[in-house]
Write a new protein. Structure first.
Length: 463
């Protein structure tokens, strides 16, 4: 099994971050491991899987777990940017990294970007807090401040540095856009976390920015400490009515029970770049147009499209049977509204995706030539759960010849798999998947993502 360079087509500016040594630090600052070990395992594995996928598709970096933020910072030597996520924080939209890239370019000497909470303004007590759900740290600035400890939950009355803050808030009175230290101190009582970093920054009159609206919209924190037992039971049953926390409800309703979607285009390269000559059957998910590349290796290929989602299977069938290969934009817009609502794609807009599609296949004329060849090809369309061993074997039995090519894209590295399987379970499922293929077809070729988002391929015994 070999790694394969299959790139994402997401067009984002991340040039600054890509020049920096990046650490993805996953922490359990709230000590969920002790409070609710089963929930800790669930939240850890989902955060770990999501984060590894980001390191492979957004900004490359090391992914490491630490019990708390101070342990993380003790291991920060050699890194330029540290993204700290408490377990239960999920960045789901890669645009976050373009926004972060722009912020770091504009503020190269920043200390932290965080969720800073001004409880003095809200309650006239408790001073300030840095919420641990997600923090971006410049370790060079942290070191220049004397490598302060983060500061845990404790109630202490002492002289604290004065600060000013934005007049506006994200919501309520405790979420300022920014805070900054100023001259002088006041005797106040602090009882919230993050005081160590805040004191060190305010003494030096450093400004700390809060995550802006756009950054916030790219992620979700599910507050594992809130009604932990109820939340865990709701996760197991996929029943959002068991919890009251709005983020937990959203996570279960929208992420654990996602709506049907139809991926019109592929989010990776449209060419396989593998020695697939003489492969007689193509197995692939019902999405995009990547399968057309098979016809550049051989004109006599049987196509077998599979998907767990019936709407996706039916879409590829409809596309093959009714579209002539001309004016894709018009064809898509002519579909019934209920179907259009299922369409999904990345990149800027429909035109940008079509431009990429044609460019990848050597121009519109060559694409149309391949499409016409595909329309004449033999194809089957199968609703199948790859994680059901018998269903998968029945799917593979549809091959003609003894050298199929099985393309499984990112099926083992999706939101669905990350949230429904533990890391060890998914590793086991993935190994069984590949072993089943090689047992039935020793000459087969395979390509797709492993559970952590690494693209890998295998070639047949005769290659």
């Amino acid at each position: 099994m070999k790694t394969t360079d299959v790139f994402s087509q997401i067009d984002l500016n991340k040039s600054y971050l890509e020049r920096k040594k990046f650490l993805y630090a996953i922490v359990d600052q709230d000590n969920i491991r002790t409070v609710h070990p089963q929930l800790f395992k669930k939240m850890h594995d989902i955060t770990y899987s999501f984060t590894h996928r980001m390191s492979n598709s957004a900004v490359s970096g090391d992914v490491r777990y630490f019990d708390n933020i101070d342990q993380c910072m003790m291991a920060s030597e050699g890194y330029d940017i540290i993204l700290i996520q408490n377990i239960g924080n999920f960045i789901r939209i890669n645009r976050f990294f373009e926004l972060l890239n722009n912020y770091c370019e504009d503020n190269p000497d920043f200390f932290v970007v965080a969720f800073t909470l001004d409880w003095q303004a809200e309650k006239n007590a408790d001073w300030m807090e840095i919420h641990n759900q997600m923090i971006v740290v410049n370790p060079h600035s942290w070191k220049n401040l004397g490598s302060p400890n983060f500061g845990g939950w404790e109630t202490v009355t002492e002289e604290l540095p004065n600060y000013i803050r934005s007049e506006a808030n994200f919501h309520d009175n405790y979420t300022p856009y920014w805070v900054q230290g100023v001259d002088g101190t006041s005797v106040l009582t602090r009882s919230r976390a993050g005081w160590g970093w805040l004191k060190a920054a305010f003494v030096k009159q450093i400004k700390i920015d809060n995550f802006d609206h756009n950054m916030r919209d790219c992620r979700l924190f599910v507050y594992p400490t809130s009604d932990s037992e109820l939340f865990y039971n709701a996760l197991l049953s996929k029943d959002e009515t068991l919890v009251t926390n709005p983020n937990q409800k959203k996570f279960i309703k929208q992420w654990l029970n996602p709506k049907e979607t139809i991926w019109i285009f592929n989010s990776e390269a449209y060419t396989f770049n593998l020695p697939l000559t003489n492969c007689d059957t193509y197995f692939g998910p019902s999405a995009g147009f990547k399968y057309l590349d098979m016809l550049q290796y051989s004109s006599n290929v049987k196509f077998i499209f599979y998907d767990y989602n019936p709407a996706s299977v039916n879409w590829i069938k409809l596309l093959k049977e009714t579209w002539d290969g001309n004016n894709l934009k018009l064809f898509l817009s002519s579909q019934p509204l209920f179907l259009q609502r299922l369409f999904k794609f990345i990149n800027k807009d429909l035109d940008a995706n079509i431009d990429i599609l044609y460019k990848e296949f050597g121009g519109e004329r060559n694409f149309q030539w391949l499409w016409n060849r595909f329309k004449q090809s033999d194809a089957e369309f199968i609703v199948c759960n790859l994680f059901d061993k018998e269903q998968f074997k029945n799917l593979l039995s549809l091959a003609v010849g003894n050298k199929p090519f099985v393309y499984y894209s990112n099926i083992f590295s999706t939101d669905f798999t990350s949230m429904n399987f533990s890391v060890s379970e998914l590793d086991d499922e993935y190994s069984k998947f590949l072993n089943t293929i090689k047992t039935m077809y020793p000459k087969s070729c395979t390509l797709g993502c492993d559970p952590l988002g690494n693209w890998v391929h295998t070639l047949g015994e005769d290659q």
